[in-house]
Design a protein around this ligand. Sequence first.
Ligand SMILES: Nc1ncnc2c1ncn2[C@@H]1O[C@H](COP(=O)(O)OP(=O)(O)OP(=O)(O)O)[C@@H](O)[C@H]1O
Ligand SMILES: [Mg+2]
Length: 260
Amino acid sequence: MTEKISFRSTSRTFEVGGRPFHALQNVDLDIADCEFVTVVGPSGCGKSTLLNIAAGLVEPTGGEVLVDSRPVRGPGPERGVIFQQYALFPWLTVRQNVEFGLQIAKVGRAERRRRAQHFIDLVGLTDFADALPRMLSGGMRQRCAIARAYAVDPGVLLMDEPFGALDALTRVQMQDQLLATWGSERRTVMFITHDVDEAVYLANRVVVMAARPGRVHEVIDVDLPYPRTEAVRLSPEFSRIRNRVWRAVYHQTPQEGASQ
Ligand SMILES: Nc1ncnc2c1ncn2[C@@H]1O[C@H](COP(=O)(O)OP(=O)(O)OP(=O)(O)O)[C@@H](O)[C@H]1O
Ligand SMILES: [Mg+2]
């Protein structure tokens, strides 16, 4: 398998009160092309910092991250970022928001229209293409943000708790929508969440992080078939993996390498 994203001994230290604080220490992690990886871990363990380093929004203080074998030096159009808060332009319609990145990329008008429409349809916003963000629910806004990220055709999608603000039912619907989109438009996805069920439901692999210093604690394979369905979610195998991730997140021992 070819690696799409490679964290190589990636570290990030912040100065806090005159002292170094190790938000991330020596993270080694490879994410394969078209893989869907979720990242979970206690608050403050460095998940957002890791994602922001891959996005080129935060610089590592040690090591590096490679995307397509090239070191990341800043943000780039091949990496789409979706944050928890819906980063839509409130004065633009759904369609204009989705077309925005294409306009920046100097894609011609007709092609812009076509691509925007394709992704608006794909995320189920066909009837709301000309609505402003304030007329949409939270879930619809987030779907618009996903359509916008997809439209630019990035090879990599970096998602930082994109469904964090949604109610449980909308959240499950969004997960299915995202998987359906990923099923027809394969991308490499790095997806941060606090929700262990969500982490397992979506992923090929779950990366469990630990804090102080921020690091990779355990990587757990999710050997469940796609498409993921209600039946998969209710299966004993799903529960088994979910319980394993849960233990890794909530019963982290300070001693590394302790057998479980
Ligand atoms: N700019 C900064 N200056 C100082 N410390 C920072 C900065 N950014 C992050 N940190 C610290 O680094 C640690 C990791 O932060 P990060 O936001 O990556 O955590 P997280 O795992 O995403 O947490 P959460 O689950 O709460 O979103 C935290 O202790 C945070 O206080
Ligand atoms: Mg965070």
